[in-house]
Design a protein around this ligand. Structure first.
Ligand code: NCD
Length: 318
């Protein structure tokens, strides 16, 4: 991971999975494996990004993504700074571009951005000098989430190719779903989308996935059941009758999980709405739930992404 400067990513930014090749995805997953080992060692720190500045600019709340990017930067030796939007001038009306341009003047090397608008990361990548990483833009993409999900699956099942993965729930509002659909289909997995009609995107038929509105049919014989949070903050009006009703038809409990393959695993990007999209009995069962492992893989993937981007920074990699 340190002895080579071989580029893994062709671009200077990581804006989405859609533009990545199979080789770039595999390169990042392989590199992340090294960082899983490092994260489990007593001495977790490298000097790869020593002297580099990484800024986290989050316009939406985040627990896992923000903290793992911060930890990833620190473990690689970078100076990391978290920009909280509540205390910034954004609350005084400054625009996304103004805020980012101000930060850009402080000469960061990498800017990690999460924003409620689709396309926000791409817009900044055109305006700023530093590398930009998309940590979630509206309903569009969340590339590091799909990469960490793929790493988690590959480590447990040994491959992605030939697997069947069911993505269930609020697909319409989910950037996690979109990035996972791009990644899993590129890597040769079959993706099933399971949701009530109201939570399927209008263009779902063009995604190259199998579509189910009946969860019992959708989870039959799958290798992985990936649950999504009902994203109330992105819904104007009622998309589901009630949380209780939703859980009955689209919530994952032991009974529905029993229809999947005997050793099927359950995933969720977090944060979970327990009793709405997933039953605690399933979420907390370490025999089937990979949810905590996803969090661990999140740090490793973000280290791999920062490492890969640092190889293209001016002045060469550290
Ligand atoms: C996801 C997100 O923000 O898109 N969470 C995450 O990054 N772990 C999913 C969600 O908010 O439901």
């Amino acid at each position: 991971m340190t002895e080579t400067d071989t580029p893994i990513l062709n671009a200077r930014h990581l804006l989405g999975i859609e533009a990545l090749s199979v080789g770039e995805i595999t390169g990042l997953l392989d590199l992340a494996e090294e960082y899983v080992k490092l994260g489990r060692a007593p001495q977790k720190k490298l000097a790869l990004l020593k002297g580099r500045t990484v800024i986290n600019l989050f316009f939406e709340p985040s627990t896992r993504t923000q903290s793992s990017f911060e930890l990833a930067g620190k473990r690689l030796g970078a100076d990391t700074m978290n920009m909280s939007v509540r205390t910034s001038s954004v609350s005084k009306g400054e625009t996304l571009v103004d805020t980012a341009t101000t930060l850009n003047a402080m000469r960061p090397d990498i800017l990690i951005v999460r924003h409620q608008d689709s396309g926000a990361a791409e817009l900044l990548s055109r305006k700023l000098d530093c590398s930009v990483v998309n940590a979630g833009d509206g309903c569009h993409e969340h590339p590091t989430q799909a990469l960490l999900d793929a790493l988690t699956i590959r480590r447990r099942l040994g491959r992605l190719d030939g697997l069947t993965v069911a993505i269930c729930g609020d697909i319409a509002h989910s950037r996690v779903a979109r990035s996972n659909i791009h990644l899993l289909t590129k890597m040769g997995a079959t993706v099933r989308l399971i949701a009530p009609k109201t939570l399927l995107p209008a263009d779902a038929a063009s995604f190259g996935c199998e579509i189910f509105t009946d969860m019992n049919k959708g989870v039959a014989d799958v290798d992985i059941v990936m649950m999504l949070r009902l994203q109330m903050e992105r819904m104007a009006g009622a998309f589901v009758p009630s949380a209780r009703e939703y859980f009955r038809f689209w919530g994952l409990d032991r009974k529905k999980l029993a229809l999947a393959k005997p050793h099927a695993f359950v995933m969720h990007p977090g944060p979970m709405n327990r009793g709405v999209e997933i039953d605690s009995a399933v979420a907390d069962d370490i025999e089937v739930s990979l949810i905590q492992e996803q969090v661990e893989m999140g740090v490793a993937i973000r280290m791999a992404v920062l490492d890969a981007l640092s190889r293209g920074l001016s002045g060469g990699s550290a």
